[in-house]
Ligand binder design. Structure first.
Ligand SMILES: [Zn+2]
Ligand SMILES: [Zn+2]
Length: 252
């Protein structure tokens, strides 16, 4: 079977499944979406009372600007663990010499993207497909199941207000201007933290380097001057813990 025949067959199947999916969950009635790559959850909602959560698997992303496709398994900034599951399509592509299924990234169009999504939907036994537009990137997902989530997860989910170019939506965190992942500079925190921990309403992840700590203690704490030296900047929670690992561990 040629790739075109194969993908057309899957696309036809997607259209049928998608129809049921939309009707069953009244998908088009939700005006807003939000996804979280860490918990691999997609939230569709109109309000806090009118919402639904789905478990998803990322298929890949299509850049409308560059007109290129990138499979999720190839995308280093895609942090979903389930992207590994998409590798069975790559293997299948290699066996059948379907180039588009094997290469990580290449020039493409949106039609291709829907074909890839339909292939994944079929291979992974999804219940539907969804596309979100995140910073000019169309991110394609296979929806696996409706998810009942507890209130703690819901709360964490809603705290994710930073759209990190690298990690997608995440909770906000604050670090001094000096911290990066190229030179170890020490890592001082406002309180002990761990990734994914629960945060009180008023708490934020906050960290600064050795130099800042010196200036801070010289000034007896944070004041105008020590803050000017630190130039605290906003990063995402995932970036924060990358910085922590780099600047702290190597410091010990
Ligand atoms: Zn600093
Ligand atoms: Zn980040």
């Amino acid at each position: 079977m040629s790739y075109n025949e194969f993908s057309q067959e899957k696309l036809d199947k997607l259209i049928q499944i998608q129809d049921l999916f939309k009707k069953k969950f009244d998908i088009d009635a939700y005006e807003n979406w939000f996804y979280d790559s860490e918990s691999e959850l997609l939230r569709l909602y109109n309000s806090d009372e009118d919402e639904i959560y789905f478990k998803y698997i990322p298929v890949g992303s299509y850049s409308r600007e560059k007109k290129t496709w990138m499979w999720s398994w190839f995308n280093k900034s895609s942090i979903e663990k389930s992207k590994e599951k998409v590798l069975i399509i790559k293997e299948f592509g290699a066996k059948n010499h379907y180039e588009k299924l094997q290469e990580g990234t290449f020039p493409s169009d949106e039609f291709d993207a829907w074909e890839f999504t339909s292939i994944c939907l079929d291979f992974l036994n999804g219940i539907g497909a969804y596309k979100v537009d995140s910073n000019g990137l169309d991110k394609f997902m296979v929806i696996m199941a409706v998810e009942d989530i507890d209130s703690k997860t819901v709360q964490q989910f809603k705290q994710k207000k930073v759209e990190c170019a690298e990690h997608g939506p995440s909770r906000p965190a604050f670090v001094c201007q000096h911290l990066d992942c190229s030179t170890v500079r020490g890592f001082h925190e406002a309180f002990d933290t761990s990734k994914g921990m629960e945060l009180e309403e008023d708490d934020d992840f906050q960290a600064w380097c050795d130099e800042c700590e010196k200036v801070r203690s010289e000034h007896g704490g944070w004041n105008e001057e020590s803050e000017r030296f630190a130039q605290i900047k906003l990063v995402c929670e995932n970036c924060y813990f990358e910085l922590k690992e780099f600047n702290q561990i190597s410091n010990n």
